[in-house]
Ligand binder design. Structure first.
Ligand code: FAD
Length: 422
């Protein structure tokens, strides 16, 4: 049985960065990956590196107070700086560049003005404007001038090359210091679960604390280049970012397992309207975990598992959140102080901020479970038994309760389920 200081489960952005910083701190680290490096959501990200996470700061101040909102802002701003430092230090060629990030709306000027005020109050460089480079008129935009973007796969490749990684090694379970895979066991003093959706249901109960949402992306060629990143806050809002010669156009988000209502078609319609001369060169979708209080879970997996850690709940903002996770987990495991530890602790209790979403999620899960248990001849998710729903856009079977996905033949596409079939 091989023994390590730390085993990191999952080679996405969160796992790789956690492994990198722990190794840099002197730990002997092994990464176990079920598939290939960056084969999960990280391989499908649009890779904006930003502290601008939608209409975040006015909501956070209301939900958890200005002190915690300020810590959230500082942690994410520090993460952008840390990417820059890491990329420079290692000479990583990944097209990292500082660019502004702007939230826009066709209707909600007042909300954007309030967001600019809230962000400024928390110490972020931010301003409201009515002028953007977008090919349509906006009611307004909030811009954070000093954000960043990069080519995530080039970055990941450079970081992965420095680490010991076993690919195609799915972790089945974790028991104390033992990490159990189909091909044998490994032991470690500390274990980090960076599997996107946490891989153990109990303890931790993350299936009661977050749900998953999908979003869709088109890569367009032949459009006029945008020099800033954009994110729309309206119901049908779009995301824009330039990646080399291609423009990435995102949107059509919805809860996994609920119909995307021709998600790709809607994006293609927007592409045709706003960039009539462009060509669609690629398309894909991805999903992320949405915690009830709007703050990722980074830290001890549960009070019953002293050597097990987790990083999840990134709300489609996993570039800075992965960096925050790596630094917080390094400090926890190495016994260092970290200013952000309590804010992201999975043991926090933001009951007021979580309650409405908790009730909504529990309602949807109970409905899905009841349908799965009563319609036993229908396709059921091996995670907890919810009835799976056909996703016509992607030709997959998706779980509305917790977001597992399977292809037409029943092969597992996305966790928390750990095995094929239904
Ligand atoms: C459409 C879309 C666009 C996005 N764009 C942005 C953006 O512009 N900026 C931003 O900040 N964020 C963005 N995000 C979010 C970001 O992509 C994710 O938050 C981030 O990639 C998650 O990284 P991760 O390491 O947690 O998960 P993953 O990348 O999914 O990594 C988890 C890894 O764990 C492995 N794994 C799972 N189970 C096991 C097991 N049992 N044993 C071993 N290995 C296992 C998986 O194979 C996978 O490789 C976007 C999300 C979406 C949906």
């Amino acid at each position: 049985m091989e023994s390590w200081d730390v085993i990191v489960v999952g080679a996405g952005m969160a796992g790789l960065l956690s492994a990198y910083y722990l190794q840099e701190a002197g730990k002997k680290v092994l990464v176990l990956e079920a598939d290939k490096v960056a084969s999960g959501q990280t391989g499908r990200t649009t890779a904006k590196i930003t502290s601008q996470h939608g209409l975040k700061y006015s909501k956070l101040i209301k939900a958890v107070g200005a002190r915690k909102a300020k810590l959230y802002a500082q942690a994410n701003e520090a993460a952008i700086r840390e990417y820059e430092k890491l990329i420079r230090k290692n000479g990583i060629e990944c097209q990292f560049e500082r660019v502004p990030a702007c939230l826009y709306s066709m209707r909600k000027e007042e909300e954007l003005r309030k967001e600019a005020e809230a962000a400024t109050k928390l110490g972020i460089d931010a301003f409201f404007t009515k002028h953007t480079e977008l090919p349509f008129a906006v009611a307004g935009a909030v811009c954070f001038p000093n954000q960043a973007q990069f080519e995530p796969l080039a970055f990941v490749e450079a970081i992965a090359a420095k680490l010991t990684i076993k690919e195609e090694t799915r972790v089945l379970t974790i028991k104390g210091n033992r990490v159990i895979t189909r091909d044998g066991e490994f032991t470690a003093s500390d274990i980090v679960a960076a599997t996107h959706y946490p891989l153990l249901n109990v303890p931790g109960f993350y299936f009661l604390r977050q749900h998953q949402e999908r979003s869709y992306v088109l890569a367009l060629s032949g459009c006029e280049k945008l020099s800033e990143m954009y994110y729309g806050i309206d119901k049908d809002g779009l995301s824009f970012r330039q990646m080399g010669d291609n423009l990435l156009l995102g949107g059509s988000g919805h809860r996994t397992g609920q119909s995307g209502k021709e998600a790709f078609e809607r994006l293609k319609g927007a592409a045709k309207t706003y960039f009539p001369d462009c060509q669609i060169v690629n398309q894909w979708a991805a999903q992320d975990c949405m915690p009830h209080d709007g703050i990722p879970f980074i830290g001890k997996y549960s009070i019953f598992t002293p050597n097990l850690y987790v990083a999840t709940g990134f709300q489609k903002w996993g570039m800075t959140s992965s960096m925050v996770a790596a630094l917080v987990l390094r400090d926890e495991i190495c016994g260092n102080e970290n200013d952000y530890r309590k804010l992201f602790s999975p043991q926090r209790m933001n009951i007021g901020a979580s309650f409405k979403n908790l009730i909504l999620d529990v309602g949807i899960s109970v409905k899905g479970l009841a349908r799965g248990w009563t319609h036993t001849k229908k396709r059921r998710c091996p995670h907890m038994g919810c009835e799976l729903v056909w996703n016509p856009d992607e030709k997959s079977w998706d779980c509305p309760c917790h977001g597992s996905r399977f292809d037409e033949s029943g092969a597992l596409l996305d966790n928390p389920a750990k095995r094929d079939k239904y």
